[in-house]
Design a protein around this ligand. Structure first.
Ligand SMILES: NC(=O)c1ccc[n+]([C@@H]2O[C@H](COP(=O)([O-])OP(=O)(O)OC[C@H]3O[C@@H](n4cnc5c(N)ncnc54)[C@H](O)[C@@H]3O)[C@@H](O)[C@H]2O)c1
Length: 454
């Protein structure tokens, strides 16, 4: 280890390194808080003035970070935030947590990483450790980030240190949060790995070192592709079960009793969020550049992307039993966040379901205790919609309620008692009823007949 690395290691171990986090969203803010909690002085950098203002006021905008925790840290002077990248000159470590979306063509949009790295490079100095955390294709750290930083004349592994460590946060998960999810780390050189591991070790219980940044990048894509492919498989099974008059939910519950060799995934209205619908395409894009055609990813992508269409078909079938059409029907979408108990609308399948129903002439409303409004820019209906109240006594006024996100706070009993028709895409309603249609399950009449036979 050279002298510069030794000095930084000591500073990290003593907690007197100054820590920076670039990109203060769902990933960056909890990480900044975790570093501040273990005794570092932390500065967050973001382009969004509102986030900077909120942090400096001690106000959290991320559900996994409480305002009480944040304000204690800002008041103690251990955490602050700025839009000004010149602070990088005073920092010893910088973690980059900026978005990695897809372009419309499903190619990686690297513009946020490039912009953040260029802003850091303008203030790069010897002795700083840079850790990229954004989910991205294997090769990004070596092929894209390292040359941008080395264009300053400083060399990775000698003057500054560079690592990749994928973020595995699961927003809304009450058990697993930033500090108790093992952290995979890959460095450009052994010193880079050692320094990055030392930094994460201060705040995260378990560190998993790997031999290169590309391995660390690939680990994250394997994890998310594993989910996307297995969800694609169970979604296809749901479509199959629908055709074969079998209840897919019952099948998965029973299969889950096998104590080895099986892991339960559940069907649903489609993929959502910033990770599962997007990350596998980072991998397929890169694989194609190496002349490899990744078939599982594409196939799962097709099946998962078709699920909102299947939900609309279910709604149409359900309305048909009442001699009604989608056109003109008043439809309430219950839950628009991409998963239960969170407020995140990104890539939510509810937006697709709403758009498809709207295009067919339905009058679409929504209820979601975590989401106040769906804005024109969020969905293809291109109008702003305010959420309605989910009050008892209000569910009877719709032609159909579509449960897209199974928030625990919904009063499902009241929905079943009052609604004319329900399409349940999440198996939120466990007791069969003649007006409840489920994704991947026999039509209610068929279910009732079977229940009678038993
Ligand atoms: N949200 C998750 O559940 C999750 C989980 C694991 C990994 N990830 C990955 O982590 C990364 C960040 O995701 P997120 O959900 O935190 O995103 P986010 O959109 O919540 O936050 C990103 C932040 O980066 C800021 N930003 C954008 N460009 C910037 C720049 N040039 N300089 C400074 N700040 C900039 C944005 O203003 C925003 O506040 C992505 O690569 C994502 O795939 C996300």
């Amino acid at each position: 280890m050279n002298q510069i690395a030794e000095t930084l290691l000591r500073r990290i171990e003593r907690r007197d390194a100054r820590v920076g986090v670039v990109g203060l969203g769902y990933v960056g803010l909890p990480l900044a808080v975790e570093f501040a909690r273990v005794g570092f002085r932390v500065t967050g950098i973001d382009l969004d003035e509102r986030k900077i203002h909120a942090i400096n006021q001690g106000h959290s905008y991320i559900p996994d970070v409480s305002t009480a925790d944040l304000s204690a840290l800002t008041q103690a002077g251990t955490l602050d935030a700025t839009t000004d990248f010149s602070v990088v000159r005073q920092l010893d470590t910088v973690n980059i947590c900026v978005p990695t979306p897809l372009r419309k063509t499903k190619d990686p949009d690297m513009s946020y990483i490039v912009s953040a790295v260029e802003s850091i490079a303008a203030h790069l100095h010897p002795g700083v450790l840079i850790c990229l955390e954004s989910t991205t294709y294997p090769g990004t750290t070596d092929e894209l980030v390292q040359p941008l930083l080395e264009a300053t004349g400083l060399k990775a592994g000698e003057d500054f240190f560079l690592a990749f460590s994928p973020e595995r946060v699961d927003p809304g998960n009450p058990v697993f949060q930033t500090n108790n999810v093992p952290k995979v780390v890959g460095g450009v050189t052994p010193d880079c790995l050692r320094l990055a591991s030392a930094l994460y070790q201060t705040a995260i219980n378990t560190i998993v070192p790997v031999s290169s940044t590309s391995v660390a990048e690939m680990v994250k894509l394997l994890e998310n592709t594993f989910r996307a492919v297995n969800i694609g498989l169970v979604n296809e099974l749901a479509l199959m079960c629908d055709r074969m008059n079998i209840n897919v939910w019952e099948v998965v519950e029973a299969a889950k009793t096998k104590p080895f060799g099986f892991m339960a995934f559940y069907p649903g209205p489609g993929l959502g969020g910033h990770c599962i619908p997007i990350d596998p395409f980072y991998l397929s894009w890169k694989a194609k550049q190496s002349g490899f055609d990744p078939r599982f990813i594409e196939l799962a992508g097709h099946i998962n992307a078709a699920m909102p269409h299947y939900v609309v078909e279910k709604v149409s079938d359900a309305l048909n039993t009442k001699r009604k059409s989608v056109n003109g029907a008043s439809i309430l979408i219950a839950g628009v966040a991409y998963k239960r108990e969170i407020d995140d609308l990104r890539e939510s399948p509810a937006l697709d379901v709403m758009g498809l129903l709207h295009a067919k002439g339905a009058k679409v409303s929504f209820v979601d205790p975590y989401v106040r409004a769906v804005h024109a820019r969020d969905w293809s209906g291109r109008i702003d919609i305010e959420g309605v109240e989910a009050a008892r006594g209000s569910f009877g006024k719709y032609d159909c309620i579509v449960i897209v996100t199974d928030h625990a706070v919904f009063d499902y009993g009241a929905m079943v008692a009052e609604a004319d028709l329900i399409v349940d895409t999440r198996n939120a309603i466990r007791t069969p009823a003649s007006h409840v249609f489920k994704l991947g399950a026999p039509r209610p009449e068929a279910q009732d007949e079977r229940a009678a036979v038993r």
